[in-house]
Write a new protein. Structure first.
Length: 202
């Protein structure tokens, strides 16, 4: 709880959990113990004056979301106010190339007061190559706009590892291998037919 007067909003919660009986737990022969807890959300309002939102860049990383390659941009709301109905517009391109790998938008995002958001920018099935990437993220909420343009280097071994785990890329490769197998079978069948025809003449 705040000890002094403040402006804006403080969001949090209270967790209620049953107190454990250590003696009963040690005497019990059961290996499984069920624990229950209940959470109550709390929003405390300070002085009812306009608090300007302040969203700052924290970190840029490469990783995965649900086994899909993505860049993660971590932003921090340093103000005691919600950033409501925010629109996130992301662009990703390989350094030195005009072609954009990603150009995506997402609406109606809310960022709580004094909190961080780790925003994923999915590559959408594009192969992650090693090299330097330019990542741009524009956040708009009401009359406020924040623009972040950062660079990140992806190592060769890092890209290879992530590409092997990306399910959108794995789904591509079987069809390629299947096509190669079909071409080989058709070629072998054509060769065998011609050879049989040649032998029958003699």
């Amino acid at each position: 709880m705040p000890k002094s007067e403040y402006q804006g909003v403080v969001a949090g919660g209270i967790t209620i959990q049953e107190k454990k009986d250590e003696q009963k737990q040690s005497e019990s022969s059961m290996a499984i113990n069920n624990e229950y807890s209940y959470q109550i959300a709390l929003v405390l309002h300070g002085k009812q004056s306009n608090v300007a939102p302040n969203l700052i860049f924290n970190e840029l990383q490469v990783g995965q979301k649900n086994y899909r390659n993505a860049f993660y941009m971590t932003l921090e709301n340093q103000s005691l106010t919600y950033i409501n109905q925010a629109k996130f517009k992301a662009k990703v391109s390989k350094n030195g190339k005009k072609l954009e790998l990603v150009n995506a938008e997402k609406d109606n995002i809310q960022v709580a007061p004094s909190s961080m958001i780790k925003y994923p920018i999915l590559l959408g099935g594009n192969l992650l190559e090693n090299g330097i990437y330019d990542v741009e993220l524009q956040v708009t909420s009401g009359e406020n706009t924040w623009l972040y343009t950062k660079q990140i280097e992806v190592k060769k071994d890092q890209a290879s590892k992530l590409n092997k785990q990306d399910v959108t890329l794995e789904s591509r490769f079987p069809y390629r291998y299947l096509l190669i197998i079909v071409v080989i079978i058709l070629g072998w069948a054509y060769y065998a037919k011609r050879k049989k025809g040649t032998e029958s003449k003699f």
